[in-house]
Design a protein around this ligand. Structure first.
Ligand code: PAF
Length: 283
């Protein structure tokens, strides 16, 4: 595995791969790799023949009171995992090379970004779309992989790819879960024992929603009410949002119909967790 921090070097290397007609697969990450990332990497490895992973904890997507400083960092372990999973190139840039002191250009998607997590985390998606645009310009991938856990993020990336004519095809991979069904996330490491135990309520609520849709409940409000009941029973939980939306674009719906997104954001103590399921309702 080649590791580089240098933008000119990675451009040169990847230019060569392009000339050799390699299919460049790309998985952007913020490191602290877990099985969720590795499932994206394994999928990318199968579908491409030159696999690039980036590790960059992007300061632009963290709010002033968020966890940028304490975000888990473990480059040694990450590198080992990437080698083991057959990654060809690790791009591990320094922040001052990505955001030079005179940096003043931002990329903003203005529709899907305003909803759900966009409301709770102002500026977050602009940070994501700006870094992903930069990374796409540096790596010029043919295929790029994002996890369904960050479904809104994945939809927004798809939208900027369409609107800004990037060549990359975006692939969304399923959520990877712990044994007790908590979705894998680097932030799970912040949970104390009690919060970790109570965080199971997220999936229990999603499961309840799935069951109600299967039993032909058509009113999203009734489903959300039941989900709330399950989560609110947990003393360390504080709901940020529970939403049922059209899966295609996260538009509001009044009736369960077609392909729907059921998404949850909940604080356990100070840790904000998100999760979702996508269901195709029968009618
Ligand atoms: O999902 C993430 O880890 C980040 O938002 C991403 C896509 C790597 C951009 O920093």
């Amino acid at each position: 595995m080649i590791t580089t921090k240098s933008i000119p070097k990675i451009k040169k290397l990847l230019g060569k791969s392009k000339r050799n007609r390699k299919i460049i697969g790309f998985v952007p990450t913020m490191g602290a790799l877990h099985k969720g990332h590795l499932s994206l990497i394994d999928k990318a490895k199968k579908e491409s023949n030159f696999l690039v992973v980036s590790i960059f904890i992007n300061p632009l997507q963290f709010g002033p009171s968020e966890d940028f400083k304490k975000y888990p960092r473990n480059i040694k372990k990450d590198k080992k995992l990437l080698k083991k999973h057959g990654v060809n190139l690790l791009f591990y840039p320094q922040a001052d090379k990505i955001y030079t002191p005179d940096f003043s250009t931002f990329v903003q998607e203005k529709e899907i970004s305003k909803k759900l997590c966009g409301k709770s985390r102002p500026g977050h998606f602009q940070g994501v779309t700006t870094i992903v645009t930069k990374l796409f310009n540096i790596v010029e991938p043919d295929l790029s992989y994002f996890g369904q856990k960050d479904y809104q993020q994945a939809l927004i990336i798809k939208k900027i790819v369409k609107d800004l004519n990037f060549a990359a095809k975006i692939k969304i991979a399923p959520i990877v879960r712990e044994k007790d069904k908590l979705a894998l996330s680097s932030r799970n490491a912040y949970l104390n024992k009690k919060e970790r135990k109570e965080s199971r309520a997220i999936y229990q609520a999603l499961f309840q929603a799935k069951k109600m849709v299967k039993d032909k409940e058509k009113n999203p409000k009734k489903i959300i009410k039941e989900m709330k009941k399950i989560i609110e029973k947990k003393p360390t939980a504080k709901i940020d949002y529970i939403e049922i939306r059209k899966a295609k674009n996260l538009e509001k719906i009044r009736k369960i119909k077609g392909k729907i997104f059921i998404g949850v954001a909940v604080y356990f103590g100070k840790t904000r967790l998100i999760d979702n399921i996508i269901i195709q309702s029968k009618t």
